[in-house]
Design a protein around this ligand. Sequence first.
Ligand SMILES: *Cc1c(COP(=O)(O)O)cnc(C)c1O
Length: 392
Amino acid sequence: MHAVTSSDTSSSGTPAAGVPTITVPPSLLPRDGRFGSGPSKVRDDQVAAIAGVGRTVLGTSHRQLPVRSLVARTRAGMTDLFSLPDGYEVVLGNGGSTTFWDVATTCLVRERAQHLVLGAFSEKFAKATAAAPFLAAPDVRRSEPFSAPTAEAEPGVDAYAYPHNETSTGVVLPVVRPSGLAEDDDALVLVDATSAAGGVPVDASRCDAYYFAPQKSFGSDGGLWLALLSPAAIARAEELQPGRWVPGSLDLLAALAESQREQTVNTPAVATLLMLAEQVEWMLDRGGLEWAAARSAESASRLYEWAEASQYARPAVRDRTLRSPVVGTIDLDPSVDAAAVRAVLRANGVVDVEPYRGLGGNQLRVGMFPAVDPHDVSALTACVDHVVSALS
Ligand SMILES: *Cc1c(COP(=O)(O)O)cnc(C)c1O
């Protein structure tokens, strides 16, 4: 979709009062102006699949072969994309990553979790285990936003949780077992890969649950969770579930059983599955995770290099090794009104570069998932330069 048309602009609403009328020259505009960090850009071919093959599969039973084969394509695609070791299972269910936090709290944490909290999303999972009456208070390790704490083995902790990419701040962490964890320790490593999965390299054998939702790097819609589960994670659910009351919608073993039959426990959004299957295969056809991650890395280097060279912009994450290849946060000098820049961009069809609610201040936050063309990231930076100079 070429998002930048006059009708799109007017349908996105008139600019807020006080937003100057600045028209960005069409030659500077990206071909596609969607830079959200989730929901994120959906490619034209995915939308075309809805109108194409979707005409026979949308509105049909999720218990019959056509929809089950979308689940099968997704599960086989994920197995390939992540080169899953033997015994790992691709499990899916309704509710998005937020629901998976509750699934993990209920079915995977035995007694005490450790959480790295480095932004809004990692905080939410820490709150979920802290609130569970059947668990001990979690071991929470915090850092200031735009930096990261490190996971360390702690006696009594049986599940270590951290995000692969903290989407609220644009910080990426390595997926590794916590330092000091003994070989024979049966603790699980639970990685929130909601925004990283599909856009950042990973060795899935280093964690026990690599979970995500399709509206970020997979450019589909929200409302679904997927988890790549190790044999140890499945064994943990088998150990805990019989002795705990588990609400049916959070039942991980039921989700596993249905997933193995290429179904979900209850009705899924069929269009989401179709766009997801299309996106996984789009990545696989072009070289898999290595290709997809390289495309995001190329976008990110364009964004960060522009910011580092700029007089008025700089990456919000100071430590280069922590800068995310899929979500870039850019601080603007206080002399530049980032809210005005974002409003002018939006009026020109370049949308969703807002910082995360309550975080980030005078900032732009740019989603650079594999669907985004790196040239469009360069175009975005040219648009920002144009708007900033027109505003001053
Ligand atoms: C978007 C996001 C979530 C929330 O995903 P939902 O599917 O909306 O529940 C959780 N964690 C991270 C890291 C995210 O980026």
